[in-house]
Design a protein around this ligand. Structure first.
Ligand code: FAD
Length: 288
């Protein structure tokens, strides 16, 4: 099987310690030559400046194609477009355009009175601006705000019609979950590329909590397997084999691109990539 095209998600560091961790993550994963990497935008827009710095620093020092995440949370349209301009001026050409979640303490996303009310509105503005390749989020299992089982497919069609040319999915545990969603998207007339978001499991308890918040189904077989692996001190081994198997199954079903949620911890992602036949090529980084 031909190795897949890969990409990685990082988050911006908020402490010196976290900066070193991000740097190590990029050092370990850049030699795998990802097609792009993306940098998240903190919940509630909390990492606006840090995201910008991480995006530009990674791009400058590693020559990687960096997609900046951007949300509609807690900002006017003018403020959001100011951020967009700053990205364009810094040479960024890709944006992952998202609605975002409610800020901490709030239950639901409420648009800023003068802000973009939805991801579709943000994507429309970016498409009109015309300087970026626009990626968006996608949900193989119902997003907590979805009104019915197919709401996410219909909404993704709206996002693609507005100008998104590819979508990255929320993580999931079973390849069939992705295939069912992909089939439903094709039926809805979506032609944009849908890239599975892959989460190598760094901590099973943390992953389960995160899955519950996102509406991701946790298979009982994995719960049992991780309980056994924990007893034997082999959680990392199980995480690598589960993730590699998931990627293999996706590739066997025609998937050519995989987007890894690295959580700024590179080793599981690196080991899975190696298992998939992606070998490092030396990276001539210009460390500032
Ligand atoms: P949307 O797709 O716009 O909405 C999610 C679902 O809610 C839709 O599928 C639809 O079912 C329903 N919905 C929402 N609005 C409407 C509407 N007006 N009418 C009808 N249905 C609607 N969060 C961050 O804060 N920072 C990040 O950097 C970040 N990166 C992410 C990257 C990826 C790849 C993904 C999948 C998610 C990311 N998130 C991030 C989380 C994301 O912000 C949340 O999942 C948020 O709740 C939804 O954002 P969205 O743009 O994907 O939503």
């Amino acid at each position: 099987m031909t190795p897949p095209r890969i990409s990685f998600e990082f988050f911006p560091p908020q402490t010196l310690d976290a900066s070193f961790r991000l740097w190590e993550t990029v050092q370990v994963l850049a030699p795998l030559k990802p097609g792009f990497v993306s940098v998240t935008y903190g919940a509630g827009g909390t990492t606006r400046k840090l995201t910008h710095e991480a995006v530009t620093t990674i791009g400058k020092n590693y020559g990687l194609n960096v997609a900046a995440h951007l949300t509609c949370v807690d900002a006017t349209r003018a403020e959001t477009m100011e951020i967009v301009n700053a990205y364009a001026e810094a040479g960024v050409t890709e944006i992952v355009a998202l609605r975002g979640d409610a800020p901490k303490g709030a239950e639901r996303f409420t648009p800023h009175a003068d802000g973009f009310a939805s991801s579709v509105e943000l994507i429309e503005a970016l498409a009109e601006d015309g300087r970026f390749t626009i990626r968006c989020g996608a949900y193989p299992e119902p997003h907590p705000d979805a009104t019915d089982a197919f709401a996410d497919v219909r909404w993704l069609k709206r996002k693609c019609d507005a100008g998104a040319t590819s979508a990255i999915t929320q993580f999931f545990f079973e390849a069939d979950t992705f295939f069912r969603f992909r089939d439903a998207c094709v039926k809805e007339g979506i032609t944009a590329k849908i890239i599975p978001g892959i989460l190598p499991i760094q901590s099973w308890d943390g992953t389960k909590r995160f899955a519950q918040r996102c509406g991701t189904q946790v298979p009982a077989r994995l719960d049992e397997a991780f309980a056994t692996a924990r007893r034997d001190g082999r959680e990392d081994l199980l995480a690598i084999s589960h993730c590699t198997q998931l990627c293999d199954n996706l590739m066997a079903g025609g998937v050519e691109d995989l987007h890894f949620y690295t959580l700024n911890r590179p080793h599981l992602t690196r080991d899975v990539c190696h298992a998939l036949g992606i070998t490092p090529t030396p990276c001539l980084e210009k460390v500032a």
